[in-house]
Design a protein around this ligand. Structure first.
Ligand SMILES: Nc1nc2c(c(=O)[nH]1)N[C@H]1C(S)=C(S)[C@@H](COP(=O)(O)O)O[C@H]1N2
Ligand SMILES: [Mo]
Length: 368
């Protein structure tokens, strides 16, 4: 008899000389990144925001969609989208980054969605805070986890599942956590979770459950696949590891000049050039950004833009540079108020999560 094990791949590492496979390309073609020139926008236009969809985009009708709140609560609730829209409305600018960002640059390479650096976006999410709804339902005093279930369904490494992720109850009760129904002032697009998704400011993408249909309070730790198997930092397959949670600090350079089609090497004419980009951290606000033009040998401080987007949105930065003809490697390094910063050599983990290696942007400045 045929079983899901016949079609579902185990997790694995690429061999030392193994190129990106058609299966990795299949994922990459579904799940696009932000074009790096779009770092020019403080608020990422919805169509330029990165995407990560494990299974298929489900077909949900906003007219009939409802959210249930159940499990270890005094009063289970069912709330329609229309009722959620009548509740207090909050808009928050939040940087989302996929926990697998940077995976394809690791050696050995974990075989999965092969991100380089582009799995990030900064959007304005509008919705209603989750905590008051949980308080209305009456969370049991011995609750430990809150499970968020999406309407999408698939198989991963032999396990058939709805996409589900849990947060510890204290994180779910943070006032910043939103049940979001709009992105950048318009109803959510199908690919971003229409008609309802969770937004967990500061956390890597996997926590922001899309196509949200239920919220279940538990008095036992949640051992579902996306918490207990995927999204853990482990050194090998037997290592229980630790959960992936908040976003490590990172800065990206908006590539200057114009690109070569195949290599994406940047081409510039000699003379003054403003190097700029964005920097973020989910642990604490970014307090400094440094820029290198020589691949990390020397660093200069960048000037930070006003922090207008709040604590969970990326921050713009700029650096004036006047290069002569030659070859350069640009990069930027963010440091946050918790003194976390970016490594020059990326520590490795088996899932390829929470990478924040300093980016390398190859630049050629043409002769005068
Ligand atoms: N239901 C559901 N929610 C999900 C996912 C998913 O596959 N299904 N992917 C998660 C991951 S891994 C990321 S990085 C973010 C991506 O959100 P975006 O596509 O809106 O950028 O959604 C998260 N929420
Ligand atoms: Mo992700």
């Amino acid at each position: 008899m045929t079983t899901v094990d016949d079609v579902s791949r185990p997790s694995r590492l690429a061999a030392a000389d193994e190129a990106i496979s058609v299966e990795e390309l299949q994922l990459a073609a579904r799940n696009h990144g932000i074009p790096l020139e779009a770092l020019r926008y403080d608020v990422t236009p919805a169509g330029l925001h990165y995407l990560l969809i494990h299974y298929d985009i489900p077909d949900l009708d906003p007219a009939t969609h409802a959210l249930t709140v159940d499990g270890a609560v005094d009063r289970p609730l069912t709330v329609s989208l229309a009722e959620l829209r009548e509740r207090p409305r909050v808009t928050r600018r939040v940087t989302l980054e996929c926990a697998g960002n940077g995976r394809a640059l690791l050696r050995p390479r974990p075989v999965s969605q092969p991100w380089l650096v582009e799995a990030v976006g900064n959007a304005e999410w509008t919705g209603t805070p989750l905590a008051p709804l949980l308080r209305e339902a009456g969370v049991a005093p011995d609750a430990v986890d809150v499970v968020f279930t999406g309407a999408d369904h698939g198989i991963e490494r032999g396990v058939e599942q709805d996409y589900q992720r849990a947060l510890p109850v204290t994180d779910a009760m943070r006032e910043e956590v939103l049940l979001a129904y709009e992105m950048n002032g318009a109803p959510l697009l199908p690919q971003h979770g229409a008609p309802l998704r969770l937004i967990v400011p500061g956390w890597y993408g996997m926590a922001h459950v899309k196509w949200l249909r239920s919220v279940t309070v538990r008095t036992e730790p949640f051992d579902g696949y996306q918490n207990a198997v995927a999204y853990r930092l482990r050194q090998d397959a037997d290592d229980p590891g630790v959960p992936v949670t908040r976003i490590e600090p990172r800065a990206l350079v908006r590539p200057p000049g114009f690109p070569d089609f195949m290599s994406r090497t940047r081409v510039l004419r000699p003379g003054p050039c403003t190097v700029d980009g964005r920097a973020w951290s989910g642990h604490a606000p970014v307090v400094s950004v440094e820029v290198t033009t020589d691949g990390g040998a020397t660093w200069a401080p960048a000037v930070l833009d006003e922090a207008t987007g709040g604590d969970f949105a990326w921050r713009g930065w700029r650096h004036e540079w006047t290069p002569g003809p030659g070859r350069y490697v640009l990069g930027a390094r963010a440091t946050d108020a918790s003194a976390r910063t970016q490594p020059v050599e990326q520590p490795w983990n088996r899932g390829g999560f929470a990478n924040n290696l300093i980016q390398r942007v190859a630049v050629v400045v043409l002769p005068e």
